[in-house]
Ligand binder design. Structure first.
Ligand code: COA
Length: 184
């Protein structure tokens, strides 16, 4: 049986499994070129959205090698405002890679920080993970700011390591250990 993601929340957001009713909001923000700029997709379509949600409702949470996307919902409106991903490494699932995306309407308000902080806390305290990492384009300033605000350490700077959307891109690797995580 697949592992289910158990809903968690903080003051303004709820993190929960994706549902079919998330489709419209999800496609709306994923199709936005500003959201896609440093992400793997471009011109995200409704068909891709349907496939994504179908895959996520079947996906197994906290399984080695599986990228599991978690919906971020506003507690005020109960609507999808973004998502985050957790990926336990295939060969060592105590190490987890994370990522995040927020609908631009809700950016600049601390929602992403609140959601990702809650996720990281749960990964360390509920799931006893050892290390959390994130990779970001060196030009993605909001993402870099968020990772540093979480207290994550820049451990790597890869120079032109990825051929990305028609040009060479450079990336930073950020990480934090369970023993370094002191948040409540
Ligand atoms: C990366 C991303 C999620 C960051 O979103 P964000 O809203 O800027 O991030 P935060 O939640 O940390 O919000 C921080 C901003 O909210 C402001 N803010 C307002 N109220 C706040 C509050 N109560 N608490 C914290 N910050 C608050 C902060 O001052 C900060 O503003 P600034 O950017 O002007 O300094 C967003 O830019 C995004 O989705 N980008 C596209 C997808 C992407 O590239 N993802 C990363 C791939 S690695």
């Amino acid at each position: 049986m697949q592992n289910q993601f158990k809903t968690i929340e903080s003051s303004r957001v709820r993190l929960r499994a994706f549902q079919s009713y998330d489709l419209d909001n999800f496609v709306h923000y994923r199709a936005n070129p500003d959201v896609a700029r440093y992400q793997s997709w471009e011109n995200f379509t409704r068909e891709q959205g349907v496939k994504f949600i179908e895959e996520m409702t079947k996906a197994s949470f906290n399984s080695p090698g599986v990228y599991y996307q978690i919906a971020i919902e506003s507690k005020e409106t109960n609507e999808l405002i973004g998502d985050c991903v957790m990926h336990p490494l295939k060969d060592d699932p105590t190490q987890v890679e994370i990522g995040f995306t927020l609908d631009p309407q809700f950016q600049g308000k601390g929602y992403a920080y609140e959601a990702v902080k809650r996720l990281v806390h749960s990964l360390f305290t509920d799931l006893s993970k050892h290390r959390i990492t994130a990779i970001t384009d060196v030009k993605n300033e909001p993402s870099i700011k968020l990772l540093e605000r979480l207290g994550m350490r820049r451990e790597g700077h890869f120079h032109q390591n990825i051929w990305f959307k028609g040009e060479w891109g450079s990336e930073y690797l950020y990480a934090i250990l369970a023993e370094e995580w002191t948040r409540e």
